[in-house]
Structures are given as structure tokens and as C-alpha cells.
Design a protein around this ligand. Structure first.
Ligand SMILES: [Zn+2]
Length: 396
């Protein structure tokens, strides 16, 4: 009996070896088919045939850890190129696969949310991100800060300001340790803007108590917000308390001169209402001397044309035109002011000042421009330094 068993042993070994070899060959063939499939898809991509590539990838039989990562990136790159429909198909296909692990599925879900957002399907995007958020306790593959940040951008678009505040708070709380994958945002400034949006709505509806509560909240998160000062000015303006309104508006403009053009109409009306145009002119003149802001110069001239010139403004023009590089619009407005409104600058002196100012302006204007790429330059060149094309330079 033992002899028979000893005789059968090599036979069993041979049968086992043959079976495992067959399995190995089968696996190798399968691997070859899969890599052939993969290469075919990549070739379609390289030859700019994305739809054919998409069909190959969508019908890809087995997705493993590496191919899932590649498909994920493929979908993301479609979205980054603005091809959202293709991105959606790739990510939806990935999510529908049953053999994906939890991490791959969560990443595909997050990308799907971004696809919906890019496609303007905000309800669908919100649904995906909310689902990810509610499952966030059980998995840590997508950071909570990144999900909350995405939700915040959705609520900004839909102008749901309270939800945007909640999403920003969620971002801030979950990003305490610093999450490299979540975008960096200035949450204080953003939340202040959202409260101000709510306050603007309440002000339009005449709900002043609500506005006061919201202002208190803005002060709590970002006291130095210039939008807060503007809003406080608006509340006073709304109640026709023009002195207080003007004070708040000027405070905001002093903090950020870019607000001048936006607030000018209300500043002018408030000053007119309390007979304070001359003091406003002085304030703006002093602020221009300090900040050298073009809009402040324009506004100072405009007020002088409408409400009367002064020696201080003429002195400013005599000092600024020869030394400052004004833009063509400011030079034209100054020339117009000198011609029709100035009491101290005569025609000859005015012409000389405008001449000097134009000369300053022209020094900075490039004389030539590349017809091929638009690059501007001061001297004629045979070859464009930006795009390297020959004989494309012409007068600007
Ligand atoms: Zn060029």
C-alpha cells in the first residue's frame, strides 16, 4: 500500500504543478489583456480622441487600486479642462463599481460633487457633499474641512448666507490642525461678509433691530472690516442721520480708498444735506495728499467743478501735474478744470502744466507692440522677446 502511495506521489505533484501553471498562464493572459486595454485608452487620450478613450476606460473590466487612482485623475483632468460631462461619466462609473474600497469610493464621491458644482448643478453637488459630511465620522479619507469648504462655495452661489456661515464655522473647527488638502481661506473676513449680506437684506426690509444684532456679530468676528463701517454708514444714511453717515463713510474710505467710487454718491448727498461740502473737499484733499489715490484726485476735481474751486485745489494741481504720473483721464479732467473753473491758474500756466503732465504720461507709454502676442515695448526690435516671432513689431 505504501509503495502504491509512493508511486502516486510524483503523479499528484505533476498534476498540481500542471494546474497551477494553467492558472498562472490564465492570469498572465488576463493581465496582458488588461494592460492592452489600458494602453489603448491612453493612446486615444494622447491622440486627442477623448470620447474613444472614455469608452475604453468606462468598459474597463477590472479596476484595482492603481487603475482606480488613474481613472480618478482622468476624471479630474476632464473637469479641469472644462469637459464636465466626461468628468461626470468617469466618476459616476467609478462609484458604480462594486470592487472599490471605501477610500476610492469616497474620493470618487468628492470628485463627483466637484463635477456637479462645475456643471452648475448646485442641488446635486450639495447632496453629494452633505452625504460625505454625514458619513465623515465613519471614514477619514476626505477631510471634513475640504467638504465644508466645498459646501461654503455652494451656499455663496445660492446666496444662502446663514448656511455659508455654518459651513465656514465647520471648516474653521475641523481645520484647526491645518489640513493641507483643504483650501486656505480667511474665515473671519468671509463670515463678516456673510453677516453683512444678511444685514443688507434686513436693512432693505426695514428690520433695524435685526440689523443691529447682525452688526454685533460682525464686530465679534472682524471688527476692522471696512464693510462693517460702510454698513454702519448705510444705517445712518437710511435714517437720514447724514452727519453720522458721512463720518462712517469717510472712516471706511480712509481705511480703504478703493471704496471712494462706490460710496461717492452717498458721501456727496450726506455732505450736501448738512451743508458740509467745503469740509468734505478739505478732507478729501488731505487724504489724497497722504494716499496719492487716483480716484481721490478725480473726486476732488469733480467736487471743485460742481461746488466751486479753491486756492488749495489750484495749489494741488500746480504741485501734482509736473511731478506725478497721472493717467490720460485725470489729465483731461484737470485741463477741463483749469479751462473753466480755476481762478488762480491762467491759460498760459495751465497749458504749461498740462504739457508737463502729458510729457510724464508719454514717458511710460510703450511705442511698439507685437502683432503676434500683444507684448508692448519702448524700442523697435526685429524679434519679439515674448513670443520670439520675427518681424511682428508695429507701432502701438
Ligand atoms: Zn510677440
Amino acid at each position: 500500500m505504501v509503495e502504491i502511495l509512493l508511486l502516486l506521489l510524483p503523479l499528484a505533484f505533476f498534476a498540481g504543478w500542471r494546474a497551477s501553471r494553467k492558472k498562472l498562464i490564465r492570469n498572465q493572459k488576463k493581465q496582458q489583456q488588461l494592460s492592452g486595454h489600458f494602453v489603448k485608452g491612453v493612446n486615444f487620450l494622447l491622440s486627442e480622441e477623448p470620447d474613444k478613450a472614455l469608452e475604453v476606460f468606462l468598459n474597463y473590466p477590472d479596476i484595482d487600486e492603481y487603475t482606480a487612482e488613474t481613472f480618478q485623475l482622468l476624471g479630474d483632468s476632464f473637469r479641469n479642462r472644462g469637459e464636465v460631462d466626461r468628468a461626470l461619466r468617469v466618476h459616476q462609473n467609478l462609484i458604480a463599481r462594486t470592487n472599490l474600497n471605501s477610500k476610492q469610493k469616497q474620493k470618487a464621491m468628492f470628485s463627483l460633487g466637484e463635477d456637479f458644482f462645475s456643471a452648475g448643478m448646485l442641488d446635486r453637488a450639495e447632496g453629494v457633499f452633505q452625504e460625505l459630511l454625514s458619513n465623515n465620522q465613519s471614514n477619514k479619507h476626505i477631510s471634513k474641512a475640504a467638504i465644508c469648504s466645498s459646501l461654503r462655495t455652494i451656499y455663496e452661489q445660492t446666496q444662502e448666507w446663514q448656511k455659508a456661515i455654518d459651513a465656514t464655522d465647520c471648516y474653521k473647527k475641523s481645520n484647526k490642525k491645518g489640513d493641507g488638502k483643504a483650501p486656505l481661506i480667511n474665515s473671519q473676513s468671509l463670515v463678516a461678509h456673510y453677516y453683512c449680506e444678511l444685514a443688507d437684506e434686513a436693512l432693505q426690509q426695514g428690520k433695524l433691530n435685526e440689523v443691529d444684532d447682525l452688526i454685533a456679530k460682525v464686530k465679534g468676528v472682524y471688527k476692522q472690516s471696512t464693510r462693517l463701517m460702510t454698513l454702519q454708514g448705510d444705517i445712518e444714511y437710511h435714517q437720514k442721520k447724514h452727519k453720522a453717515a458721512l463720518k462712517k463713510y469717510l472712516e471706511a474710505i480712509k481705511s480703504d480708498t478703493r471704496l471712494m467710487s462706490m460710496l461717492f454718491e452717498k458721501v456727496e448727498k450726506s455732505a450736501l444735506a448738512i451743508d458740509a461740502i467745503p469740509s468734505l473737499q478739505n478732507d478729501l484733499l488731505a487724504l489724497y495728499k497722504k494716499k496719492k489715490d487716483k480716484t481721490l484726485y478725480e473726486v476732488t476735481l469733480l467736487l471743485a467743478k460742481k461746488y466751486g474751486s479753491s486756492k488749495a485745489i489750484d495749489d494741488l494741481i500746480e504741485a501734482e501735474l509736473p511731478t506725478q504720473k497721472l493717467n490720460i483721464e485725470s489729465i483731461f479732467n484737470t485741463s477741463d478744470y483749469i479751462k473753466s473753473h480755476s481762478e488762480n491758474i491762467d491759460a498760459e500756466k495751465g497749458l504749461d502744466l498740462v504739457n508737463q503732465s502729458l510729457s510724464n504720461y508719454l514717458k511710460g507709454v510703450p511705442a511698439f507692440r507685437c502683432e503676434h502676442c500683444g507684448y508692448k515695448m519702448h524700442d523697435y526690435l526685429w524679434r519679439c522677446p515674448a513670443c520670439h516671432e520675427w518681424d511682428q513689431i508695429d507701432h502701438a
